[in-house]
Design a protein around this ligand. Sequence first.
Ligand code: HEM
Length: 243
Amino acid sequence: MSLSGRVRQSVVGRSIWRSGDVATDRDRATKHWSSFLLHLYPVKVRREELAFRYSWFLGVISLVLFASLFVSGMYLMFFYVPSPATAYGDIEYLQTEVAFGQFIRNVHRWSAHLMVLAVAAHMTRVFYRGAYKPPKEFNWVIGVFLLVLTLLMSFTGYLLPWDQLAYWAITVGSSMAAFAPWIGDQAQQALIAGDQVGSATLIRFYVLHVAVLPGLMVFLVMFHLWRWRKDSMLSQPEESEHG
Ligand code: HEM
């Protein structure tokens, strides 16, 4: 028996890998469910759904970018205070003094731009493949919420550097909300917490950007992936062949 085989069959190895020999489909399913990484995937899935040419891995790419934003964002939070008196200086300090500050900020910024592109491309792929059709239609709806949340993350993050570009971009963006019929003024007020962009807007955008929206996104992404697992098991070959 090979060395790795012997390690797996030892008392310690069995306590970690747990499943024994794999002979039948049932053994394979047991092994699958008991593995942390493999349990993310359905036990049974049509081979073509796992191929690169089916999904172009665009959902997975969106997920990786989201993870990158999460990690880099946490680093940035150590050095940023959301107040008009400090925000601009904090970013300047981060760029010039903090170890890896400029690099991490760029990772965060680029991941954000790329995530918007990746999510839009993922949605387009799902549409052209007809992958929104039953039984996956509910996952499409969750996806629409994820798209809106992704765009709101970009919008709220844009104000945080508190420079001229940020200030005027949010002033213009939130003024557009005022043109919505009937609820325009209320929508604008709710967005910027007052009549013009100021310290109340900054704290509102910050809390949305670092807590409310990412929290909602983590929950919805988990739900999205769980539905994806279940639905790819349910989908029939003829549905997607014509889809
Ligand atoms: C935060 C944004 C999103 C993430 C992280 C994400 C992630 C994923 C992943 C990892 C998959 C499975 C593999 C793949 O198809 O690449 C998937 C499948 C799917 N996603 Fe998304 N997604 C996001 C946004 C969206 C949006 C905006 C839509 C559409 C409105 C959408 C609709 C779907 C559907 C219908 C499936 C099943 C596709 C199939 O089984 O062929 N997702 N998503």
